[in-house]
Structures are given as C-alpha cells and as structure tokens.
Design a binder for this molecule. Structure first.
Ligand code: NAD
Length: 353
C-alpha cells in the first residue's frame, strides 16, 4: 500500500502551497481533485494541463456540494485554506467533516500557531489563530491527520512597496530590509513553490502510521534577519542591510484583516521577540532570545530530556533533501520575479563606487 498511487484532494489549488503539492504528486502519476477560486490565470491553466488533475471551480464557503465532491474518490488530502476565501474556521470545519464522512485516510492540514495559548502576554495573530482552531477541531474529530506549519516563504520578498518583506533597492545600489523581527533571532524559511510538494508527498508516502497527530515545521532554513541579508547580498552582489523597525509601514492597499495581522506581528515579534513557532515540538537549541529560551527550560523540567533536542529544520530536511535555500532563491528566482513585476534593476547599470 505505501507506494500505491493515490488520489489527493486539495483546496486553494492555485495557491503556492497546494500548487506545489499538485506538481509533485502528479509527477508520480497520482490523481488530484483540487478546488480553485477561479479557472483564470497562469497557474490554473498550468494545472489544468497536468495529467490526472480535476479542478473544481467555486467558493468553499457554504458550499457542501463542492466540498463533498472534492473528497469523493480521494484517499488523502492536503488542506491549506486561504483567509480571503471567507470564514476560515467555518470552511475548515466543513472540510474536515466532509473528509471524515468520506473516510479520508491521511489529512494533511496546513496550520499555524496561536501564540496566546503559549503565553498570556502574547497576542493571537488573527490569520494564524483561525487555522489553529481548525487544527484542534480536526484532532477532536479523530481524523488521521498531520499538521504542517509553513515557514516564511522566500518569495514573500519583493522590491514592490508591500509591507513586511520589502527588499528595498536604494539609490546607491544597496538593499535594505526593514521589519519588526529582532536582527539576531532565528526565523524559519521555506521556498513554498519548490519544497512544499516534495515534503508533503513524502508525508503521504510514510503515512499516518508514522505521522498521525504530529506537527511538522515545513522550514528548511532557520536564519536570522541579518543572515538573510547576508544571503541576499551575496546572491545579488550588492550590500544588503537589515534594519529593525518596530513599526510596519503600510504604503499600499492591503487585503481585509491584514492590518490587524501586521499590528499583531509588531507586538509579538517586535515587542516580545516571541519564537515564530512556539511549543515544545518546534524547540531547538539557540543562544538568541525568541528561539529557544523558554524551550530549554521546559525541556529541562520535562521527562523528555533523554533525547537531544531536534533542530527546527530537521524533519523537513529528512522529508526532502533537495530544498532551495534563500541564497539560491535570491540568485536564481528573485530576479525573474522582479522582472515579471516590471523591475529593471537586474539589467540597469550599477552606480559605480
Ligand atoms: P497564495 O497566497 O500563493 O495564493 C492565494 C490563491 O488564492 C491564489 O491562487 C488566488 O488566485 C486565490 N484567491 C485570490 N482571491 C481569492 C478569493 N477572494 N477567494 C479565494 N481564493 C482567492 O496561497 P498560499 O500561500 O498557498 O496559501 C495562503 C495561506 O498560506 C494563507 O493562509 C497564509 O497565511 C498561509 N501562509 C503563508 C506564509 C507566507 O510566508 N506567505 C507562511 C505560512 C502560511
């Protein structure tokens, strides 16, 4: 059974996480049933062309017919909901109920933490806490499930004026990233398009016998903002400076709810220097705050001290060793994405120093 070809149900099929899974599983001849918000756009067109892919177009909110059809004939599922698609908790619960009814054998749910459950001073980030509520619901339902926690996508970076991950090209040809993350606190990184698919495929292959109930950090590198800037600087052959700024400047229109998310990020990471993924399963040895202090103490007092604390990235790297790191991303992919966004810094003559 472990190597049998399966049918995978997915939602938000054109999103970076799900599309990566679809590419990986179809390359092995597995079948896919994926809900998409719209059949228009490059990714939907690409997926439609793949052998064995059925796309179901429509909303997930209050749509039991589509949701039931999605799981019909599928054995496993990868579920990453998208906040703009409507009430994520309602959608998440409806999907889990339907999966249970259809007897899904392995439900991989893309979750995120609710920091307020770890420390009363830490705020819950609204766009993450809803996913954590659904994770708890899935656990209560008793679905055979694994909970993946996606790290920060490498390709969040852009030189467009979006908040939080703007890699700003200065007039003197240097780069600057400003954010409320502490400069020397490690953060988990992921190349979502490149690496979610192969890692999730391996989870499906190893199955719920190994992974039922587990939380897995989908993060292949654990780098501080200063280290990220060193990688970008090396890749793009220009100095890159990280500036800790407790306030996130919002210069462009942003989706509903994102303002509250950003305000929470300022408090959680800027003020409290909280670990990005809290909780014992994500703890790893480190000197920096926000990346292990509470953990080490918790571990010392726990009976699980027997084994060496694992690294945040170890499970993801065991699942998939061919990941794309941020330096490779910055060198190989970032310039192409920038060009697609109408930027020309990659061909423009450098200011001579
Ligand atoms: P994505 O952001 O790559 O794509 C979103 C998709 O939703 C697009 O295909 C778009 O066509 C579609 N869409 C646009 N408007 C829509 C609407 N109104 N209703 C429904 N769909 C619509 O998606 P993704 O990155 O695979 O998943 C997003 C989720 O991942 C979010 O919940 C986010 O919080 C979470 N996440 C992101 C990061 C990160 O670093 N960016 C990290 C961890 C988790």
């Amino acid at each position: 059974m472990p190597d049998a070809k399966k049918t995978v149900a997915l939602v938000n099929g054109t999103g970076r996480q799900a599309a990566s899974v679809i590419r990986a599983v179809t390359s092995l001849g597995w079948k896919v049933k994926a809900q998409v918000h719209s059949m228009e756009g490059l990714v939907a067109e690409e997926l439609e062309e793949l052998e064995g892919v059925t796309l179901l177009e429509g909303s997930l909110l209050d749509n039991p017919v589509l949701i039931d059809a999605l799981f019909e004939g599928a054995q496993v599922a990868f579920i990453n909901t998208f906040p703009n698609a409507g009430d994520e908790v309602k959608i998440g619960k409806a999907l889990a109920n339907a999966a249970k009814k259809r007897g899904i054998q392995h439900y991989i749910y893309s979750s995120m933490p609710d920091h307020s459950t770890h420390n009363p001073h830490w705020p819950a980030l609204p766009m993450w806490a809803s996913k954590f509520t659904v994770e708890n619901y899935i656990r209560q339902l008793g679905l055979p499930a694994t909970f993946v926690y996606a790290g920060i996508y490498n390709n969040n970076f852009t030189s467009l004026a979006y908040p939080l991950f703007c890699m700003d090209f200065k007039d003197d040809d240097t780069l600057e990233w400003r954010a409320p993350f502490h400069p020397d606190t490690k953060l988990p990184w992921l190349d979502a398009e490149h690496d979610v698919g192969p890692a999730v495929l391996q989870l499906f292959k190893e199955g719920p016998k190994k992974w039922n109930g587990h939380r897995v950090a989908l993060a292949f590198e654990n780098l501080t903002p200063n280290q990220v800037c060193v990688a970008f600087g090396r890749a793009l052959a220009r100095p890159c400076r990280y500036v800790f700024d407790p306030n996130i400047e919002i210069k462009v229109p942003i989706p509903a709810g994102y303002r509250e998310q950003l305000a929470g990020i300022e408090v959680l990471f800027g003020r409290f220097n909280a670990p990005y993924f809290p909780g014992p399963e994500f703890q790893y040895p480190s000197k920096g705050r926000g990346s292990g202090e509470t953990v080490t103490a918790a571990r010392r007092s726990s009976e699980t001290i027997r084994s060496k604390p694992k690294k945040l990235t170890s499970e993801a790297r065991e699942l998939w060793g061919g990941y794309r790191g941020i330096e490779e991303y910055a060198r190989e992919v970032f310039p192409l994405e920038e060009e697609a966004n109408g930027k020309d810094w990659m061909t423009a003559k450098k200011v001579s120093t």
